[in-house]
Design a protein around this ligand. Structure first.
Ligand code: GCB
Length: 599
């Protein structure tokens, strides 16, 4: 053994002693991940479908130390190992499993994923393993060791895996489980496809020991055009200098972090304001030593004044449409700028300046593409229907999803509303849960509006009155209503609305189903004419709502749902799209387009 090797071994032993057991740690989400030093682990991953979780539990249902995550290989000819990732088929990551393997179309359960990768130490740098989203529950293993466990299918998470990595070849294995459970968020029932798998990007992120974890750059107020910039390092380190540079504004400022590793600065500037008519974004460069992050940031204000919504101080009407994160043609989870662009172009053609990204945080590409296209966004977490209101773990899970959604998108000028729930049944426990969430959202971000999709499901004497204890916690009062579909047909013209709150009103859903190409009388359900008439009657009714500030009908495109079983019509699609699942326009599209022309 030469001297050099001896030294290496000694160092290694010392490292192990200091670190105790070698392990990974979950670290707060790194913001603006695409601007970092990244290596993509997207592509073909081997997978094993594990219906009974044989790769995790032994035959007495105890978690086994010899699970699939160790990636065992026979050492001798007589060795018994009943799985082999390298002989298993592959699927594309990111991507849902349901549309990549016919056998998995309806599957809800566990699938194991594995891929190998090369890694080389980069001085004292750290390596984070980042997932854009995994639906729903993920156990992540690196070289056979648990890196971490995550629940929640639509938000990013990352682990510092440096201490689990070795020079050269490494492997990462995931156990992904999308079984529905009562205490999950969303819970057992929800009206969309439970696409399972590693549905968003997987990246290795190379960071220095100290790095910029997140930052926030925004317009504080229109008066005096004050910008604020705050930055947070990954650890409480004082004296770090961070420079913000916005060349087009000739603005360059340096801040020094305090003992908690954060710094904030206010400055005067006169940026052009971001708006749907002029979605102006500025190139921004943030630097700390040798670390450089680039971003595109827009500046605007959004506020509610009485029943008015003001963008940059001027009243605005939100001409919207709701969207699920499903590919434009043929379905499957969407996860690319191109996917987003197609859907958002359809919304634009409809005349939209706004979209409701339902019912969970969509991928970052979609939010950014909407921002470039001048489309405002309502972003929400899947606190949907019958959540387990009294379960502490459920609350913690919802709060975590809310936190991660906000920390990912807090610099997006187009995101104007955080919504924390959809159509939840009233009760004291639900009020407690939702008011806590609303307060939490406000504590994280006081610059955007908070809403909840409430509901009105009946009216006495045709008088619809919105009544919800949560109204005092929101800035914008929103509700879903289905007159003409779940409620009486053809009585929209008789309906009156009373919304007893001095806040802007958004109708967050309305609509009805139609099968593209099915024609008939306007009273015949499932025909395009029925849906067209429903839109006509509803839009005329909405015009009479005092304080109506926006609308996001349900929905842009037919989307997959296991609850929609009517043969020959639904075939596991919710047919309320104004586009079919293949992107064909239904008649209702033109009614809505015409109405938006007048707004
Ligand atoms: C709703 C839900 C939405 C459903 C829709 C429907 O109120 O918010 O998720 O898909 O109704 O089609 O019933």
């Amino acid at each position: 053994m030469d001297k050099y090797m001896k030294k290496q071994i000694l160092l290694c032993l010392l490292g192990c002693l200091v670190a105790g057991v070698v392990r990974a740690t979950e670290v707060p989400q790194v913001a603006n991940v695409m601007a970092r030093q990244i290596t993509s682990l997207n592509g073909a991953w081997n997978y094993i479908v594990d219906v009974q979780e044989e790769g995790y539990y032994d035959y007495r249902m105890n978690p086994t130390r010899w699970g699939f995550f160790v990636n065992a290989k026979p050492q001798r000819p007589e060795d018994l190992i009943e799985y082999d990732f390298d002989k298993a088929p592959t699927m594309q990551v990111p991507g849902d499993w349901n549309t990549q393997d016919d056998r998995l179309f309806f599957y809800e359960g566990t699938v194991w994923y594995k891929r190998s990768f090369e890694w080389h130490r980069n001085g004292d740098h750290r390596t984070l393993l980042y997932f854009g989203a995994v639906n729903y529950e993920a156990h992540v293993y690196v070289n056979g060791k648990l890196a971490g466990h995550h629940v929640g299918g639509f938000t990013p998470f990352n682990y510092d895996v440096t201490d689990l990595l070795r020079e050269g070849e490494n492997f990462v294995i995931l156990k992904v489980d999308n079984k529905r459970r009562a205490e999950n968020v969303p819970t057992l029932i929800f009206d969309w496809w439970n696409y399972g798998g590693i549905t968003r990007d997987v990246l290795l992120v190379d960071v220095e020991p100290v790095y910029i974890e997140n930052y926030r750059l925004q317009l504080e107020s229109l008066e005096g055009r004050r910008l604020s910039f705050s930055v947070r390092l990954n650890r409480p380190e004082a004296g770090q200098q961070v420079t913000l540079n916005i060349p087009e504004l000739k603005l360059k400022k340096t801040v020094t972090t305090g003992p908690d590793g954060t710094a904030t600065i206010f400055m005067k500037a006169k940026p052009q304001l971001w708006s749907p008519d002029n979605p102006k974004l500025y190139q921004v460069v943030i630097q700390r030593g040798t670390e450089t992050l680039r971003d595109e940031v827009g500046f605007r204000t959004i506020e509610a004044r009485g029943k008015q919504l003001l963008l940059n101080g001027k009243p605005i009407f939100l001409k919207g449409i709701s969207i699920h994160e499903e590919k434009a043609n043929g379905g499957g989870r969407a996860n690319s700028t191109a996917d987003a662009h197609t859907l958002l172009s359809w919304a634009k053609e409809l005349g939209c300046n706004y979209v409701r990204l339902a019912h969970y945080p969509h991928n970052e590409y979609a939010v950014r593409e909407a921002e470039r296209m001048g489309i405002m966004v309502w972003s929400e977490i899947p606190v949907y229907w019958t959540i387990a209101w009294t379960d502490a773990g459920t609350y913690a899970n919802a709060e975590r999803q809310l936190t991660d959604m906000i920390s990912r998108d807090q610099n997006r000028a187009n995101v104007i509303i955080w919504s924390i729930a959809n159509e939840t049944p009233h009760s004291a426990q639900r009020d407690e849960f939702l008011s806590r969430l609303a307060r939490h959202a406000r504590s994280l971000d006081s610059t955007r509006l908070i809403s909840i999709a409430m509901e009105v499901t009946s009216a006495s004497n045709y008088k619809n009155r919105l009544q919800d204890n949560m109204s005092e916690y929101v800035d914008v009062v929103s509700f879903n209503q289905y007159i003409g579909w779940y409620r009486d047909v053809n009585d929209a013209s008789k309906m009156e609305w009373e919304i007893p709150y001095d806040k802007p009103v958004i109708v967050s859903e309305m609509g009805g189903g139609a099968k593209y190409g099915l024609h008939g009388d306007k009273n015949q359900r499932w025909t395009e004419e029925f849906q067209e008439n429903l839109y006509r009657e509803n839009l005329a009714m909405l015009d009479k709502i005092d304080g109506l500030a926006g609308l996001s009908p349900w929905i842009l495109k037919d989307f997959r749902s296991p609850r929609r079983v009517l043969n020959g019509i639904q075939d596991y699609y919710n047919r309320k799209g104004v586009f079919s699942d293949r992107g064909e326009k239904k008649k209702a599209f033109y009614v809505l387009q015409e109405w938006y022309r007048t707004k």
